[in-house]
Design a protein around this ligand. Structure first.
Ligand SMILES: [Zn+2]
Length: 257
């Protein structure tokens, strides 16, 4: 797969001619067309064997599929590439959570930046141009992850659209007061509010804190819901009631359900 990242040569932008493309969703098998990308980075024309001037850079894509950039709606860029630092002999989800919390407590801030940037680079090289990432904010990670990713979001803005979910992570025996005290500062840097209500000691109070913050800051909600195997305690109804109460219809995503 090729990803055409830009046309900047010697400081000035130049037009690009992508030759012999099979366009996703449009071309019949074997139908190859050229795509002319203008100096402004936008598609100027599509056709068979386009004639262009000598200033245009040609890229031979003969037979390659050309599609819009991929959108990845669920990543954890603060946790990418930590497997070797976070052994989890129990093999359980809770074991993994604790291993990451231990690691996050001592990881320097530039460590998140390095790991996240490397994964973003790989995603971009394989065609992903937009990512929504959940970033832990809790007593262990503090604001390390969200600060680092907020900087990357602006540094990468012309290549990759990054959306950050302030993921207010509750841990067993962790008082909810820390999350409540720090949620505004976290959400100010984020594009959405998230968390894992099933893990909170008081899921109802926790959900109220998240939804109230989303309403205060005008942000959507993106939760990891019912990340457990107990059919006796699903939280969907509690979430739906709050979606209505806080007016977040159409702005709520439930994942890991
Ligand atoms: Zn997740």
């Amino acid at each position: 797969m090729h990803t055409v990242l830009g046309t900047r040569h010697g400081g000035a932008r130049r037009a690009l001619l992508l030759r012999g493309c099979r366009i996703a969703g449009e071309a019949a098998a074997g139908d190859e067309r050229d795509i002319l990308v203008g100096e402004d980075g936008r598609i100027a024309s599509i056709g068979h064997r386009l004639e262009v001037g000598p200033d245009v850079i040609g890229v031979d894509l003969r037979g390659a599929l050309v599609s819009p950039g991929f959108v990845d709606v669920h990543q954890h860029l603060d946790k990418t590439g930590v497997l070797k630092f976070t052994p989890n002999p129990s093999g359980t989800l809770q074991g993994a959570r604790e291993a990451f919390a231990r690691y996050a407590r001592q990881a320097p801030e530039d460590d998140v930046t390095r790991r996240a940037a490397r994964t973003m680079e790989r995603c971009l090289a394989r065609g992903t141009t937009a990512i929504r990432s959940h970033i832990n904010v809790d007593k262990d990670a503090g604001f390390n992850g969200i600060n680092a990713l907020a900087r990357l979001r602006s540094e990468w803005a012309d290549r990759l659209t990054l959306q950050l979910v302030a993921f207010m992570t509750p841990h067993p025996n962790q008082d909810i007061e820390w999350l409540e005290k720090n949620i505004d500062a976290a959400v100010e840097q984020a594009d959405a509010v998230g968390g894992t209500p099933a893990v909170a000691e008081d899921p109802m109070r926790y959900l109220d804190i998240l939804f109230a913050a989303a309403e205060r800051h005008g942000r959507p909600i993106d939760l990891h819901l019912d990340e457990h195997l107990n059919p006796e305690r699903p939280l969907f109804d509690a979430v739906f009631e709050r979606v209505r109460r806080f007016g977040l219809q159409g702005r709520t995503v439930l994942g890991h359900a």
